[in-house]
Each structure stands twice: as structure tokens, then as C-alpha cells.
Design a protein. Sequence first.
Length: 97
Amino acid sequence: APAAGSAGPLRGGKFTTYEGGIRAHLPGAVPAGRVTAAVASLLDVLPTAVRLAGGTPRAQLLDGRDLRPLLSGRSEAGPHRCLFFFGGTPGAGCRGD
């Protein structure tokens, strides 16, 4: 079955690890052409969206982190040192510090 939603010209869509399931378009919040190899997760979308909307997420209830510094280019490091994924290589989402 095809993935839900539309990723336009990108391969895949929601619930996939292809570009269409990972990349996001956030005009005004992310400089055009911004590319990063930092580790981030779908868990980070909610706290980031709340901050972009001017709110304050309740950190004790969320596992995700605010991605605004990474997305804007103010930081090159992602908010996580490591993320673990099921169905893939253990530790594949770790950065080497």
C-alpha cells in the first residue's frame, strides 16, 4: 500500500525512512538550502512546532527536543547524542563525540 500523504517529488511519504518521510518544508524557519547530517527524530517535531507557534512545551511529558537551533543554522549539532531504531542497525543513529 502507498504511504499516507504526499511528499511531492520526494520518494516515499509518511511512515517511511525515504526522503519523503524525513524531509520537512518550513518556510521562514529554515534558510533555503539548509542541509545537516545531525541526528534528529520525529519525536522532535512536537516540541519544535510548539516553540515555532510561540508556546512552551512541557518537557517532562515529551521525549523530543526543540530543533530550532539546528534548523536555523545557529547550531550544527543535533539535540540527541544517540537515537536507537528498531528494524535497523543498533546504534545507527549515534553521532561520534
